[in-house]
Design a protein around this ligand. Structure first.
Ligand code: ATP
Ligand code: LTN
Length: 327
């Protein structure tokens, strides 16, 4: 059996270069080697309040981004989470396997609950059970994600192992794939926090749909570190972040990038980084526009059918093992 990949992004806003460099780029790179399923996880998005119209539009837009990024629907399965009801069904069951104490330890829950302060939804706490369901439904081997998802992958493994122990071998226990560089692209306005789509300051991230002027303006405003030297250095996170983006978008080795910027100033770095980003996003945005609604609809309905077949088989086995039967 070929090894299988599952991953997804939430349609909670515009995807940014952090999402691309930390996740999508690797989805594309790995799709030939693995049987891959890439999902728009819209049921995850509603763990925080969403505007229904915007959510519907973003769900399709994220699928478009997957295609424009280079995910090939001929080799990979692209689909929307809510089209396969087994995700929600298995999530319920895994909610009865995971412990509240484990969920309360999740840093993403703590951060998002703190930001929200009041009326935190139960779904925000039980989010990892849904994520585990996404992954385990497909007997996934590898999950390419950014660094912020490491803890969610660990809890997924724990859930799978516990289920297998209590009810008999059912789920494959997946591994995370987290890239060495790019797994945590930092915000342009504050190099101590990750670039995030749900950030209220839009200047912190470069989205995949930003135009050239916006990209230049955002890099120009980006914070820098004290000093003047342009080199990779953990003690200087803002410059290191910009150099990492430059390295990943150009494919130039870190030493080459440092040599290239030797003797140059921060303004030059920002301006060249803007050029490189604009050049990278131009064909990307053209591909996004070139995909017709009909084509997108066809790809998503094919994806749904393929995903559902695998999901159904797993669900049948899960219910049998647990003694969940009916008429
Ligand atoms: P937000 O950016 O709003 O916090 P999120 O982290 O929930 O959104 P998703 O769209 O669900 O983002 O994530 C899609 C993928 O992008 C995940 O694999 C995630 O780890 C990765 N990712 C998110 N932010 C970054 C970042 N700043 N750097 C690298 N990878 C990232
Ligand atoms: N929680 C992830 C999105 C996500 C996911 C998944 C990623 C939901 N289900 C399954 C990989 C596999 C996030 O990035 N916020």
């Amino acid at each position: 059996m070929p090894k299988r990949i599952f991953s997804g992004a939430q349609p909670t806003g515009n995807l940014h270069i952090g999402n691309y460099l930390g996740a999508l780029r690797n989805w594309v790179a790995l799709q030939q080697e693995y049987e891959s399923l890439y999902c728009v996880v819209n049921l995850h998005a509603v763990t925080v309040p969403q505007d229904p119209k915007a959510l519907a539009a973003k769900t399709l837009e994220v699928a478009r981004v997957y295609l424009a990024a280079g995910i090939d629907p001929k080799v990979s399965t692209i689909f929307v989470q809510s089209d396969v009801p087994e995700h929600a069904e298995l999530a319920w069951i895994l909610n009865c396997v995971v412990r509240i104490s484990e969920l309360e330890r999740m840093t993403q829950f703590k951060d998002k609950a703190r930001k929200q302060r009041e009326n935190v939804l139960a779904g925000l706490l039980t989010y990892p059970a849904l994520m585990a369901a996404d992954i385990l439904l497909y007997q996934t081997d590898l999950v390419p994600v950014g660094h912020d998802q490491k803890q969610h992958l660990e809890i997924t493994r724990d859930i799978a192992e516990r289920f297998n122990r209590d009810f008999g071998e059912t789920f494959r226990v997946p591994d995370a794939f987290i890239p060495k560089v790019g797994a945590k692209i930092m915000a342009l306005d504050d190099a101590s926090k990750k670039m995030s789509k749900s950030d209220e300051n839009i200047n912190g991230s470069i989205t995949l749909v930003d135009d050239a002027d916006t990209i230049r303006r955002k890099f120009k405003r980006a914070v820098t570190d004290s000093g003047t030297e342009i080199r990779f250095d953990e003690a200087r996170p803002a410059i290191t972040n910009m150099l990492s983006i430059f390295h990943l978008l150009t494919g130039k080795e870190p030493s080459e990038v440092e040599a290239h910027f030797e003797g140059k100033g921060y303004a030059q770095l920002k301006s060249e980084l803007a050029d490189v980003t604009i050049e990278f996003l131009r064909p990307f945005q053209e591909r996004m526009r070139a995909i017709s609604d009909e084509e997108l609809g066809r790809i998503l309905s094919d994806g749904r059918d393929k995903a559902r077949e695998i999901a159904r088989a797993t669900m049948r086995e899960v219910k049998e093992r647990m003694g969940i039967v009916g008429a």
